[in-house]
Design a protein around this ligand. Structure first.
Ligand SMILES: [Zn+2]
Length: 234
């Protein structure tokens, strides 16, 4: 379902207040890191800004190959790519990245990337969620693919909105079961204590954030840390 400007949001015990100002541009504001941010008012104003990931704008319809035009469909609130031939409306929505911090004896498993972007940098095992799997299943699968490691998943502990990339990154804790190795997208895998982590060589801000929060929590369930990355920092 695509929520229009009149849509309401609710999230159980963590209320998010929705304020509309039709004259303004969208502005999503949250505390930089915060479980406390859940209690803060989040202002949402329409119309939403044009996506900043405009470099890969769709030109042709994926169904019939016709050219597309950008306009606001009836009963919608923002521009979509609409096929000039078959009228199909192409919705684009954020992608979910799932990852896992796999731990053994106080050390966490990191992989040195064998692919771009960030070739040669260290990363928490993570990647795009696939159709047909759960968030937890994806986190476990990425750990298996990148580090040939089986994990006993713990709890979801970090969520990072990477707004300008159109992504949401979700991180689980996990206990390493058995051995680990080097997957196809990896040059090297290794366990690091907090002091040993090559903090300046971590591939992505979201992974670095997850690592920081993991060690702050001591791996214990301390709720979900929420963070937002914008172009200036991501
Ligand atoms: Zn078409």
């Amino acid at each position: 379902m695509h929520m229009g400007p009149k849509g309401s949001q609710g999230s159980g015990s963590a209320p998010i207040l929705c304020a509309l100002d039709m004259a303004g541009m969208a502005e999503l504001v949250d505390a930089p890191d915060s479980k406390s941010g859940f209690r803060k008012e989040v202002g949402v104003r329409f119309p939403l800004p044009a996506p900043t990931t405009s470099g890969d704008k769709m030109k042709f319809c994926s169904s019939c190959g016709g050219t597309v035009s950008y306009r606001v469909p009836k009963d919608d609130n923002r521009e979509r790519a609409i096929c000039d031939s078959c009228d199909l409306v192409h919705y684009r929505n954020p992608l979910v990245v799932v990852g896992c911090i796999a731990e053994r004896d106080g050390k966490v498993l990191l992989c040195k990337r064998a692919i771009e972007p960030r070739y040669g940098y260290w990363t928490v095992p993570a990647g795009f969620m696939e159709l047909g799997e759960t968030v937890a299943g994806g986190a476990a699968r990425e750990t298996l693919e990148e580090a040939l490691a089986t994990v006993e998943l713990g709890h979801l502990f970090a969520m990072v909105d990477v707004v300008d990339a159109g992504q949401v990154h979700l991180f689980y804790t996990g206990k390493l079961v058995g051995d680990y190795g080097v997957g196809e997208e990896t040059l090297e895998s290794a366990l690091f204590s907090e002091d040993e982590i090559p903090w300046e060589e971590i591939a992505f801000h979201s992974g670095k954030y997850a690592l920081e929060k993991y060690f702050q929590d001591g791996g214990r369930d301390n709720g979900v840390h929420v963070h937002e990355l914008r172009r200036s920092t991501s």
